[in-house]
Design a protein around this ligand. Structure first.
Ligand code: GTP
Ligand code: MG
Length: 382
């Protein structure tokens, strides 16, 4: 019976076995095992094909992991939105052609999802409405070409977007942690170059600025968010053999909630609390996500392949984004988050090509204030 379960990758319900009498007979005879394609095999071959194609086309993959509502989509969308809004950065972003032929309906759907995110979702974000939760049937890569005036070149990235439900721990099963989907597993196993991995842990799962002070945080939701990352770090260690060129970023998202938490204790401006120090982030992680932090630090990669950081996509209350254009300090502080993650992925990607370079021009000297100097000190980490 277990042979049958393995081949069909289903539970051994009688209906399913009765529906396949020929296959059952063949498996119980002495004849060689037939090759039976399962949906999981189909997913795996898609993942392997994407890995080969992205590598051939010189894309640097950015794999974003995190439980439901941890902030994965907001991270990618806000990074793309920032490139469109900040003229001083001198960067352009273009959606690339499909990675795999659109003759296959699944690839077509994936490319439609990528197009929607790159165009519609980013424009809605700029206009003040955040992305809804990602509920597609399959993960998809958003292939983008980023042009840097400062670095005088174009680098291609492929951001992996996925549904956070896939990473939720399966606490009722013996495996306990979520398994990687077959397509993601095959992609990570097979991609030959370096990959940037971003593990997203939310500061809070509450709606910020409306109910943060009223509602008690649900510890179960935070526990699940942490275990989602523990599961993915564990999966990475099991499936990836070529780890030498990868980068790993453990990112605390929704860092604007730090101000909500801190302002009752000390007189601190929002922009100040957005420019956190490494010790603030480590203290938060040690308190809230001790297992995820321990797994991250235990990852068998060199110290320089690992970074810890915070992230703020915008001042969001559920899907409504507060405009910050009129407040330059807050705007600069939020932009610093997009900038450091862009800078980190750019360095990872350019290291693969030749040597690490900076995506952005240096800050103009006349614009430096005290907090901007603190900020350039912190920039050295990314
Ligand atoms: N205040 C604030 N809210 C954020 C931030 N990032 C995300 N959020 C909110 O968190 C919720 C979830 O964000 P998403 O980006 O959809 O999270 P996700 O990980 O893509 O979720 P799934 O697609 O369900 O897996 C949304 O209500 C966002 O508005 C942030 O930096 N600040
Ligand atoms: Mg999402």
């Amino acid at each position: 019976m277990s042979k049958i379960k393995d081949v069909f990758n289903v539970t051994s319900s009688n209906e399913q076995i009765e529906a396949m009498p020929d296959a059952v007979e063949r498996l119980t005879s002495d004849e060689p095992m037939p090759v039976v394609m399962t949906p999981r095999d189909g997913e795996a071959s898609t993942g392997a094909a994407i890995a080969a194609q992205l590598h051939a086309l010189k894309f640097h993959p950015v794999v974003v992991f995190g439980g439901p509502a941890s902030g994965k989509t907001s991270l990618v969308v806000s990074m793309l939105a920032a490139l469109r809004l900040e003229a001083e950065w001198g960067c352009g972003a273009t959606l690339c052609d499909p990675i795999l032929p659109l003759s296959d309906d699944r690839h077509k759907e994936q490319y439609n999802d990528a197009t929607r995110l790159f165009n519609k979702t980013v424009q809605e974000f700029i206009a003040g409405t955040g992305a809804g939760s990602t509920r597609g049937q399959q993960p998809f890569f958003v292939p983008v070409a980023i042009r840097s005036t400062a670095d005088n070149r174009t680098v291609k990235f492929a951001f992996l977007e996925s549904n956070g439900e896939w990473y939720k721990p399966k606490t009722g099963t013996d495996e306990f942690f979520a398994a990687l989907r077959a397509d993601t597993d095959a992609f990570i196993r097979n991609y030959e170059g370096g990959i940037s991995f971003i593990y997203v842990l939310p500061y809070t799962q509450n709606v910020i600025r409306s109910s943060f002070e009223k509602d008690a945080e649900d510890p179960e939701k935070l526990r699940e968010a942490g275990l989602a990352i523990v599961g993915m770090l564990d999966a990475y260690s099991r499936v990836r053999t070529n780890t030498r060129n990868d980068g790993h970023l453990l990112l605390v998202s929704k860092w604007d909630a730090h101000h909500e938490a801190k302002k009752s204790e000390e007189d601190i401006e929002l922009w100040e609390s957005l420019l956190e120090s490494d010790s603030d982030i480590e203290a938060f992680l040690a308190r809230t996500y001790p297992q995820a932090l321990a797994s991250f630090k235990g990852l068998a990669v060199d110290a320089e392949q690992r970074r810890i950081g915070s992230y703020c996509a915008g001042l969001m209350t559920a899907r409504t984004i507060q405009p910050v254009a009129a407040d330059p300090d807050t705007r600069y502080a939020i932009r610093w988050h997009q900038k450091k993650v862009w800078r980190w992925v750019w360095r990872n990607a350019t290291t693969q090509i030749d040597v690490a370079t900076d995506l952005f021009p240096p800050d103009p000297v006349e614009k430096k204030s005290i907090w901007q100097s603190i900020n350039s000190f912190l920039d050295r980490y990314f």
